[in-house]
Design a protein around this ligand. Structure first.
Ligand code: NAD
Length: 502
């Protein structure tokens, strides 16, 4: 029998203080702020408003844990066991975590249960399992020396994450950073804190020592900036908007020159050629690629660049698929598309729909706010929207909307398709649809994006890197490369003396 998630949400008692040194504590000045449910605009709870003093306390706790060696120098097998146990605990607490995630983000509960929590668990398991399969190096020195090249943890990592996939994106950062032996201070987005706080509590239950993972909830300009500026933070790993990403580069430059890795969203194109083999499969990918999570996905396929000869057929098929998606309440397990995260983001998306009118885009589908069910009138819902006849250089063609809005543009030649695909400040992802394998390869190479899918979209896993080119940022989450990015290479050169064996 389907669970009554609305009822369960009412009985939730989320942890809502800062998590520092293994304990929940209020902010030093006692201030709090409200977190709202996107499905109906109601207040879920208040959350501690951490500021510079709280960030300082969290960083000091993380640094002390690091220096003590309790985790940073712990046996690899021990770190492995803890991370794998955390993965198990995430799955054992799947219902609660999924509910916390959905109630704050507006993700359909079915997605949180089947995608977000299992993906987060997989990240911890995967990096945990990887740990005893990675070897360091011995350099080809003269015989009189032995030089070891080892990977060393960096120290304290500041992870600043957005609201669109709190559990998944946090785990992409926490799992490799912790696996490598670092300590972490996580700053979730102001409107999505609750699942991360629970994750931190479960990490302690899994055996992570106190202080190794701290969570400071708070506003970006307060807690986020304080973390970015803190001199004892060795690296910031950030996902969010380009404007804030660049602030972290400034914070680093103005303080201790800490490392910064940025993942900053995109304007990812589907490039559909006239020889696309399966137009129905393409339409399914195009529709899901933009409407999953109501378009609030950094690599969401927000541009459809389609050869003029297949435009009508693909548009008709995409509209058909989009119309079949079940829009609805976040807490209904059959819902496929639900709310926008916040009123601010709702206004932003609706603002772009106004801009679309001024730019003479043709509304092929959707275009308005809606209420999926009685009682949700104050929720933040926007219809899946398809805008046809979009000029690639228009604001709709260029700017990241981060909502359920697809921009459709036609092209005539392969060269024009590549030019349009690259004519954006972003470079996070793209897809190429053609049955010509040679064309697929050449176009995939020519598109400046961190991920290019061929005849599919949004299939990925922790096993492959993820990140961008150009304004989409630099650095990569996921894969063994991410593990490397939370370490620095150390050379230990040992003088062996004369070559005589004595
Ligand atoms: P944002 O960049 O403002 O927020 C991301 C994180 O940065 C949050 O944790 C936030 O608290 C923190 N932050 C905000 N201002 C800060 C500051 N001055 N100093 C330090 N930290 C700060 O993103 P947003 O306002 O929530 O969303 C705005 C737009 O960003 C969206 O419409 C979308 O286009 C884009 N976005 C991209 C992603 C992505 O996955 N790349 C995710 C969310 C939003």
């Amino acid at each position: 029998m389907a669970k009554n998630w609305v009822q369960q949400a009412k009985s939730l008692k989320p942890k809502n203080d800062l998590f520092i040194d293994g304990k929940f504590v209020p902010a030093a000045d006692g201030e709090r702020f409200e977190t709202l449910a996107p499905r109906d605009g109601s207040v879920i709870t208040t959350v501690a408003r951490g500021k510079a003093a709280d960030v300082d306390k969290a960083v000091k706790s993380a640094a002390a844990a690091f220096d003590s060696g309790v985790w940073s120098r712990a046996d690899v097998r021990h770190r492995q066991q803890v991370l794998i146990r955390l993965a198990e605990l995430l799955l054992e607490n799947k219902d609660e975590l999924a509910l916390l995630e959905s109630i704050e983000t507006g993700h359909p509960i079915g997605d949180s249960l089947n995608v977000d929590v299992p993906s987060a668990a997989r990240s911890f398991r995967w990096y945990g399992e990887a740990l005893d399969k990675i070897y360091d190096e011995i350099a080809p020195t003269p015989n009189s020396a032995l030089a070891l090249v080892t990977r060393e943890p960096l120290g304290v990592i500041g992870a600043v994450v957005p609201w669109n996939y709190p559990l998944i994106i946090s785990s992409w950062k926490l799992a490799p950073a912790l696996a490598a032996g670092n300590s972490v201070v996580l700053k979730p987005a102001e409107n999505t804190n609750l699942a991360s706080l629970r994750l931190a509590e479960l990490a302690i239950e899994a055996g992570l020592p106190a202080g190794v993972l701290n969570v400071v909830t708070g506003l970006g300009a307060e807690a986020g900036a304080a973390l970015g500026r803190h001199p004892q933070v060795d690296k910031i790993t950030f996902t969010g908007s380009p404007a804030v990403g660049r602030m972290f580069q400034e914070y680093a430059g103005q303080t201790n020159g800490k490392q910064v890795a940025l993942e900053l969203g995109g304007k990812s194109p589907h490039i559909v050629f006239d020889d696309v083999e399966d137009i129905e499969a393409c339409a399914v990918s195009v529709a899901w690629g933009i409407f999953y999570n109501a378009g609030q996905t950094c690599h969401g396929g927000s541009r459809l660049l389609v050869h003029e000869s297949v435009h009508d057929k693909l548009l008709e098929a995409t509209i058909r698929v989009a119309k079949s998606l079940k829009l609805g309440d976040t807490l209904d397990e059959s819902t496929q598309v639900s709310a926008i995260v916040s009123e601010k983001q709702l206004e932003r998306v609706l603002g772009y729909l106004e801009i679309a009118k001024q730019e003479n885009a043709k509304v092929a589908m959707g275009g308005s706010r809606f209420t999926p069910a009685a009682g949700l009138e104050n929720g933040y819902f926007v219809e899946p929207t398809i805008l046809d006849n979009v000029g690639n250089s228009s604001r709709i063609g260029q700017e990241e909307i981060f909502g359920p809005v697809l921009a459709v543009t036609t092209f005539k030649t392969v060269a024009e398709a590549v030019q349009l695909a690259n004519d954006t400040e972003y470079g996070l992802a793209a897809s190429v649809w053609t049955k010509d394998i040679s064309r697929a390869h050449k176009v995939a190479r020519a598109v400046r994006a961190g991920t290019v899918w061929v005849n599919t979209f949004d299939v990925a896993d922790i096993i492959v890197p993820f990140g961008g080119f150009k304004s989409s940022g630099f650095g990569r989450d996921r894969s063994l490369h991410a593990l490397d990015s939370y370490t620095a290479l150390k050379t230990t050169w040992i003088n062996l003396g004369s070559q005589e064996i004595s």
